[in-house]
Design a protein around this ligand. Sequence first.
Ligand code: DC
Length: 226
Amino acid sequence: MISIAIDGPSGAGKSTMAKIIAKENGFIYLDTGAMYRAFALHVLNNNYSIDEINNDIVKELYDSFSLDIQYVEDKQQMILNNENVSNRIRTPEVSLAASRIATLPAVREYFVKMQREFAKNKNVVMDGRDIGSNVLKDADVKIFLTAAVEDRARRRFEELREKGNTEVTFEEVLEDMKLRDKIDSSREIAPLTKAEDAVEINTTGLEIEQSLELIRKVIKEKLCGF
Ligand code: DC
């Protein structure tokens, strides 16, 4: 079985690239951030504020948490307690909440286990923050995707606009991204970090196709040796 890990900060283009690479190779794609987002939504649905959440509350909340991952026309669908929340988990509020709850050991333990189970007996492309450095340490290909924070914020801002969110400003998205970068990189357990054997690709100023070409080249080198 072959596994490809794509890590990096938010907005670097991980999910866009990972989806295409998975499709081209007939692999299954798993967006691990969506799992943390679904759990963050579950926390908010239960009227907990992110500031009061701790490992004990998290463990209690697992009793009422069921997550099903389905694929419709290759698109990953997140089903939280029988509700399709794939759109609801993409709001700025859930983004920040996900980043915060993902620092808790009880949360990381639970989802890392689920992600490893998922990768068993499958060819996968998994994207996240700690896939190459922790979840799939033996991944065949490890890519660390980065881009300047302004570039990443601009992409996220345009995405939100396309989805009809006209309230949020570019400055707000940029500030949010800087805050999430800080939380994701400074947490104690499995912080966002480039695995020693990962290949770093900086997508600042690149079009999707240009970034994809760089990724395809790394995959070919790692899997075919040329
Ligand atoms: O990739 P994303 O922006 O959808 O992820 C949402 C949050 O989930 C992110 O801010 C940090 C957390 N996350 C994580 O801690 N580990 C992962 N493998 C993926 C995401």
